[in-house]
Design a protein around this ligand. Sequence first.
Ligand SMILES: Nc1ncnc2c1ncn2[C@@H]1O[C@H](COP(=O)(O)OP(=O)(O)O)[C@@H](O)[C@H]1O
Ligand SMILES: [Mg+2]
Length: 317
Amino acid sequence: MGGMVESLVRARGLVKRFGSYTAVDGIDVDIEPGESFGFLGPNGAGKSTTMRMVGAVSPPTAGELRILGMDPAVDGPAIRARLGVVPQTDNLDLELTVEENLLVYGRYFGLPRATVRERTAELLDFVQLTDRAKDRVEPLSGGMKRRVTIARALVNEPDVVLLDEPTTGLDPQARHVLWERLYRLKQRGVTLVLTTHYMDEAEQLCDRLVVMDRGRIAAEGSPAGLIAAWSTREVLELRFPVTEGGPSHAAALAPLAARGAVERVEELPDRLLLYTADGDAALSEVLALGLRPLSSLVRRSSLEDVFLRLTGRTLVD
Ligand SMILES: Nc1ncnc2c1ncn2[C@@H]1O[C@H](COP(=O)(O)OP(=O)(O)O)[C@@H](O)[C@H]1O
Ligand SMILES: [Mg+2]
């Protein structure tokens, strides 16, 4: 292609409607080879709907979509053969063993039996399930089932792996095991496209991401770039005793904002967030005003702060 590397995924004005409801409302996306790209957004943002279009299993209502340089309306099977898909809900065959799930899937792609056997062994080693190869899938933990689904998605040696909420519903330990495996895949040069509503997952795994809300893209960039563009270096979190009907603590902090010691104050139901370059300095000023918070915490800004700034809402409620 004339030396030009085409984006693996290119979307322009992509729309998906269900009846009169618009789930994806005109998004532009470019995903490049080798990168780890994320869609970060709350439930209902349109992430899964987007992933099904990118997976060439759900036709767009409008807009332009090219996947691996092909048109999904024409080349669906050719596209799907080169994708690895980890859907939001595991759809493993629970009656089969771990190994059989991979073997059946590989045969479905028309791969030779010996090749599938060899890859299955390698992939079960990769997801650390070799010792469970002969076990039925049904009784396995959620984290193990997720690892089987990921191994299965790799059987056809895909160019791109689509992961829809890879760790939702898992306990913290199982999440960390998965993150570590996905990081290894990324290091091997596999292009990852993932959705998540966990800002820490997006920060850990994504080179670049879009913040998605109500079917639209609110911002795009690297995790650090988004934080630099949309938040301050630090955040001072304050909790105050509940004051029914009294003056709000946010109002009492107005002098700090006026003086520029704090850039912005967000009032959440259970705490105040003070956006500032220097959280400790801001805390000194809060105390100098005579305010007495029950607790205070200085932390770095996160993608959660970016989301709050862009949408006025929190990611996980
Ligand atoms: N097949 C469908 N029919 C009707 N509405 C749908 C369908 N799939 C998704 N939706 C709606 O589209 C919106 C976006 O859904 P989804 O893409 O699953 O969001 P997310 O994955 O970000 O949570 C939701 O309001 C959902 O109810
Ligand atoms: Mg979803």
